[in-house]
Ligand binder design. Structure first.
Ligand code: UD1
Ligand code: UDP
Length: 382
């Protein structure tokens, strides 16, 4: 008896990290996957789904320009609940800590369905950072009956919260499955990206991303000031910033960095393009969760413009350093890495603590082993 698994995703990182799970589920004899895109993101999600060749069975199209958390949450709950009524899944699967994930968990709970949390157990212990993600992942953790933790330390977070041992499994992070698959596939494609980024020439590249809500306002402006001054201090270095489509990011970035000769502002890069850019870069400055996980595989030092991280493993390797949104720290740490070869070499770590490329396989096997499809059939028959 196969398990009908409603796999819900809504944003760029969820699609990147669930793509390998969907591919494995499609191949598994005991899983019937149904993919639901909430469309919390639009263009940025379409880019990833297209690359992985995923055609969702259901599209909810909930994104609105500059959406509020409350508006998004209510639309998602309403729509996801209807999807559950019409598709009668045996379980719901979601990944990470976005509003899509939180609402998928809530809808699973209201419908008394098992919830599978992929990338479970990440915690900063601070409900305001990342905001609202720490809250979202707690709700997902409260709901899940199968927690796929990427590392031992995320599994420990769940144990400390009293999650039964039998529900916790360390699978690795599926982000590494995608990264390995993509880098192997794109090796043939380097000439396309070399041509597109010909303007980089032999220059060093600093790659930048930023989108965290808790940084909006003063913190974000302080980082942008630092980037402008760094570009002036290192005129021979190219700074490339694929700007997230959130208007609260677009506006200050364009206002403060537009027109600086060695800073290039672009649209979000496609996933394979971004992996190529990471590989081409000398230094990465970011507040992204996924980028912190990917960069150690590529041996690139990362400065993280956040005060706390739920990904301490990468910091422990030495590849990632938390610098907060302080202008001074950004200037001093970026300058160190761009001028001191020994300091730079010490941060070029190539061991990745997040996985071995088989996390999706383990996740799908675990879902199949729960036999939720058979249980639902017995319940209906009783
Ligand atoms: C969301 C997640 C965040 C995740 C990030 C990944 C929440 C609350 N936030 O943040 O956890 O790290 O995605 O990127 O779940 N927009 C577009 N096109 C797109 C995507 C976004 O125009 O393809 C614009 C829209 O105006 C939208 C706004 O960005 O209203 C914000 O999108 P939203 O998903 O609410 O927040 P993100 O900042 O993207
Ligand atoms: N990424 C991408 N294009 C970009 C920037 C990032 O494809 O222009 C990828 C990156 O490789 C990583 C993921 O998007 O896998 C991270 O997404 P994001 O930073 O939006 O979200 P977070 O991980 O912080 O939730």
């Amino acid at each position: 008896m196969s398990t009908r698994s409603l796999i819900v995703l809504g944003t760029r990182p969820e699609a990147i990290k669930l793509a390998p799970v969907i591919q494995q589920a499609q191949r598994h004899a005991l899983i019937e996957p149904l993919v639901c895109s909430t469309g919390q993101h639009r263009e940025m999600l379409a880019q990833v789904l297209g690359y992985f060749g995923i055609q969702p069975d259901l599209n909810l199209d909930v994104m609105r320009p500059n959406q509020t958390l409350a508006g998004l949450t209510s639309r998602l709950i309403e729509h996801l609940n209807s999807v559950v009524s019409s598709t009668t899944p045996d379980c719901i699967v979601a990944q990470g800590d976005t509003t899509t994930v939180m609402t998928a968990a809530m809808v699973a709970f209201y419908n008394r369905l098992p919830f599978v949390h992929v990338e479970a157990g990440l915690r900063t212990g601070n409900m305001n950072a990342p905001w609202p993600e720490e809250y979202n992942r707690r709700i997902a953790g409260l709901t899940a009956s199968l927690h796929c933790a990427p590392t031992e330390s995320s599994a420990d977070n769940l144990r400390r919260e009293g999650v039964p041992e039998s529900q916790i499994h360390v699978t690795g992070n599926t982000v590494i499955d995608s990264l390995l698959w993509t880098s192997a596939r794109e090796r043939e494609n380097a000439s396309v990206w070399n041509e597109k980024y010909e303007f980089l020439g032999d220059a060093r590249l600093v790659l930048i991303t930023g989108h965290r809500r808790e940084n909006f306002g003063a913190g974000f402006r302080s980082v942008l000031n630092g980037l402008a001054d760094l570009a002036q201090r290192f005129p021979e270095t190219q700074f490339l910033y694929p700007v997230h489509l959130n208007p609260n990011v677009q506006k200050p970035v364009h206002e403060m960095l537009e027109g600086i000769p060695n800073i290039r502002l672009t649209a979000p890069a496609s996933y394979p393009e971004f992996i190529w850019l990471m590989d081409r870069s000398t230094l990465i400055i970011t507040d992204s969760g996924g980028v912190q996980e990917e960069a150690p595989s590529l041996g690139k030092p990362v400065l993280v413009t956040r005060e706390v991280t739920e990904r301490p493993e990468a910091v422990e390797t030495g590849a990632v350093e938390l610098i907060g949104t302080s202008y001074e720290r950004l200037m001093s740490q970026a300058t160190l890495l761009l001028t001191d070869e020994r300091a730079y070499a010490a941060r070029q770590i190539t061991q990745n603590p997040y996985g071995d490329g088989h996390a999706a396989e383990r996740t799908v096997r675990l879902i199949a082993e729960q036999h939720w499809g058979a249980a639902a059939t017995q319940r209906k028959a009783a």
